[in-house]
Design a protein around this ligand. Structure first.
Ligand code: AMP
Ligand code: MG
Length: 321
């Protein structure tokens, strides 16, 4: 069970705030940290109690493994078996929005629940300077799934984290809004063929250029990532997609210059990077109005694939796993 915390501390992203956050992690506490993708709920990945508390604070099912955040390739090599293919994509995309699923190495030292007792582990080196400084101050691997209640809209500001997890975690390190705004791309490298486990901040075309082949879609239909659950990232309200205009009572979220009169617009100029950065904050704001949500079509290229993936899951019937 998570320890009852008197009000969750809001720490500034100063040297002092980061030192206090690292001390909390060392005591087995949970700290939400800004990353370039979304806020992560960080805990010591080697500490079984901290890891159990992450699952409990999020209400996350135990079969969904957590991404372990590392300070760089060196820490990754201590935890996982890193083949030349993994070295190549780490060189190209780390630090950044790419998570690699790799075979665990003997003596990795992680709490078994982090990987949901699989023999593979998901690793990422974040690019956000505050996350990097926290990892350096802490000096070890940090498990950090998105800092929101399981299945709900992901957090891209400290206020989103406070609204979802306030009172259930030790602290939030406030680094402002997350610049990428959608979660990392997850690439499976445990088999002969690289597998795209989740669309995200790095496009599959960019990966293909470095892998020499297009990553395969996940093959056997087994759920290895919560990003694969049909319903995820879900607002409280119903969500309707590809809406060219709103129906009576709906909040309309537009995309591009043609959506005149939309209450929100992911990007008035049709810029996909801007739309990704604003996606979750816009869903949070629209949801707060308490009306059904309609979203305009978003093109599927580049970051659009990750945006549409999140929107489809936000719109999926609830409880569909
Ligand atoms: P979240 O941080 O909530 O976006 O979730 C972390 C993501 O990493 C989830 O999609 C996990 O299922 C995925 N993940 C973590 N470890 C593994 C693993 N060993 N194999 C496949 N996916 C993983
Ligand atoms: Mg998540």
């Amino acid at each position: 069970m998570p320890q009852p915390h008197a009000p969750t501390a809001l720490l500034p992203a100063t040297e002092d705030g980061i030192i206090r956050a690292a001390a909390l992690l060392r005591q087995g506490g949970l700290v939400a940290m800004p990353t370039e993708t979304v806020y992560g709920l960080a805990g010591d990945a080697r500490c079984p109690q901290a890891v159990a508390d992450i699952f409990a604070a999020k209400g996350r099912p135990a079969h969904n493994p957590l991404i372990v955040h590392v300070s760089g390739p060196e820490m990754a090599r201590e935890i996982a078996q890193v083949d030349p293919r993994a070295e190549q994509v780490m060189r190209a995309f780390w630090p950044g929005a790419l998570t690699l699923v790799l075979p665990l190495r003997a003596g990795h030292g992680l709490a078994p629940a982090v990987t949901a007792v699989l023999d593979s582990v998901a690793l990422r080196m974040p690019a956000h300077p505050v996350a990097q400084r926290l990892l350096a101050a802490f000096g070890g691997p940090v498990a950090a799934p998105s800092a929101n209640p399981s299945g709900r809209i992901s957090p891209t500001t400290a206020a989103h984290v406070m609204a979802g997890l306030g009172g259930r975690i030790a602290a939030v390190l406030d680094g402002g809004a997350c610049p990428v705004g959608v979660e990392s791309t997850i690439l499976g490298l445990t088999g002969a063929r690289a597998t795209l486990l989740r669309e995200g901040g790095i496009s599959k075309d960019a990966l293909a250029a470095h892998l020499g082949q297009m990553p395969a879609p996940p093959g056997d239909g087994r759920i290895t990532a919560p990003g694969q659950l049909a319903s995820h990232y879900a607002p409280g309200a119903a969500v309707r997609l590809n809406a060219m205009r709103p129906r009576t009572g709906e909040v309309w979220i537009g995309f591009g210059p043609d959506c005149k009169g939309a209450e929100f617009n992911l990007s008035a100029t049709g810029d996909l990077a801007e739309a990704a950065a604003r996606l979750f904050a816009t869903l949070h704001s629209a949801d707060a109005l308490g009306r059904p949500i309609a979203v305009a079509p978003v093109p599927d290229d580049g970051l659009g694939a990750a945006i549409n993936d999140r929107l489809r899951r936000a719109a999926a019937p609830r409880g569909a796993t």
